[in-house]
Design a binder for this molecule. Structure first.
Ligand code: PD2
Ligand code: ZN
Length: 292
């Protein structure tokens, strides 16, 4: 049977209704593919309706410009209090609109947090940071932690997380870098930095050859930290306290390639206990393997 490549009115209504209820676009695409739609057509149909005028959650608020010139477009993150993904509901706890930051509860289950730590524990290495001059990864003092990473869709467990995370971030799974695990002991910190590649750094061009600029980040907390280890946004005075399974999400590159300097952020020193996180960085374009 040939895959379906046209949208009957009842399917059009079905997509509109489900998007308005806050369903993740990817889950709608999957349902359509199960119902014999062509995958590329299904994605285009859902995306097309999302950017149209009919869906309540997709209505763009008026664009606003910050004092530093960054234009705040409609956030990629869904409006509403609950984000439904294909396998888990994620609760929005806090939103900041300028810069666009959200604290999210229940992105990972407790068991998934434990499993990520278990799989990482014996392959941790001293963390590196991108050298601004060369674009290469170097060990530097600003990041006193150790880490490891999982290639995109490395196995069914990781692929399931990559997919859920892409649904929460509302950005294609193949635009994501592989999940990066970080572990900090007492005294471990990550000095304030930008997650995007600053255009003034010569090394940034090297970083952007595949996938382009980073557009958004989600830092997920894998354990409770006894004291310290908060994620700080010093320019807006925000501090997010780690909670197992929760996350802080933020956006910093808009469709005009502008970069939001208010997303300067860091990890404050852990003063008691330890801190485990997993980070997803999304790129403008395809970066990794196709979805599993
Ligand atoms: O550990 C953190 O809270 C943290 C802070 C700043 C993580 C990152 N950046 C990151 O992974 O980019
Ligand atoms: Zn960061």
């Amino acid at each position: 049977m040939n895959a379906i490549t046209h949208l009957a009115p009842e399917w059009h209504n079905w997509i509109q209704e489900n998007l308005s209820r806050g369903c993740a676009p990817q889950s709608l695409i999957d349902d359509m593919v199960r119902n014999h739609f062509d995958p590329v057509f299904a994605r285009a149909a859902v995306n097309g309706i999302m950017s149209g005028p009919f869906v309540a959650t997709a209505k763009p608020p008026p664009q606003t410009q910050s004092s530093n010139g960054y234009v705040y477009e409609r956030p990629r993150l869904y409006a509403g209090n609950l984000i439904r993904t294909s396998d888990r509901d994620v609760r929005v706890v806090t939103r900041v609109n300028r810069p666009m930051i959200a604290v999210l509860d229940g992105v990972l289950s407790e068991e998934e947090c434990d499993e990520l730590i278990r799989r990482s524990a014996d392959k941790m290495r001293r963390s590196t940071t991108v050298d601004p001059l060369t674009g290469k990864h170097e060990v530097i003092a600003d990041r006193s932690s150790e880490g490891t990473f999982f290639t995109l869709n490395a196995d069914p467990f990781i692929a399931r997380l990559d997919r859920r995370i892409s649904e929460v971030m509302n950005w294609p799974v193949e635009n994501g870098e592989g999940l990066q695990i970080l572990h900090y002991g007492v005294g471990g910190e990550y000095k304030p930095h930008f997650d995007y590649f600053p255009p003034e750094d010569p090394g940034s061009q090297v970083q952007m050859t595949i996938g382009g600029q980073r557009v958004s980040t989600m830092v997920m907390y894998l354990n409770e930290v006894e004291e310290g280890g908060t994620t700080i946004f010093p320019d807006i005075g925000l501090e997010v306290v780690p909670k197992k399974g929760s996350a802080v999400y933020f956006e910093y590159t808009n469709s005009q390639n502008q970069l939001d300097r208010l997303t300067l952020h860091g990890g404050s020193p852990v003063t008691r206990g330890e801190k485990w996180i997993v980070t997803k960085w999304m790129r403008q374009r395809r970066y990794g393997e196709a979805a599993a």
